[in-house]
Design a protein. Sequence first.
Length: 189
Amino acid sequence: MNADAIQVRPARSDDRDRILALHLDTFGDEEGPMIVRLVEEMLDDPTADPIYSFVAESEKKVVGHVLFTSVTIEPASDSNDVANAQILAPLAVTRDLQGEGIGSQLVKDALIQLAAAGVQIVFVLGYPKYYSRFGFAAAGVRGFQAPYPIPEKNADAWMVVELQADAGESLEGTVKCCEALDHQKYWVE
């Protein structure tokens, strides 16, 4: 697929059913229903605000989606620093177009739009080889703990990227997600 044929834009309310169908397609019969429920709950969760939802569209068809929801960082010290922070979860690209660069374009464009909106830090629990290409690096070594313990063998999967230089320099602590995402089942392999 030609990358120029893909348009990344903020999701609209009339995209919701297409977004949910996309996640079901991407994650399949086993994980799909759980991911669809999670996306629905996060979209409706007031503790997730501000929410940033982006779709990749080709020929008026939603072929990719990424969701960012607000997080707070509970300081491990008496720091008064507060960051405008988000977490990326989940990312989906329709199965028949995976490997075509749609997910990469979606994440890159979304991070640019988040930075323009004033977001300073973004977290993700994902594949280090994939997310490191966007500047994400291990978060634990920087003093950011996940909402639930990440097994040592997967520690590098808990990642962070600064969209504003030095935004996380004076911060550390435990990341707290919206209520919908704050369940241990989402933090285990």
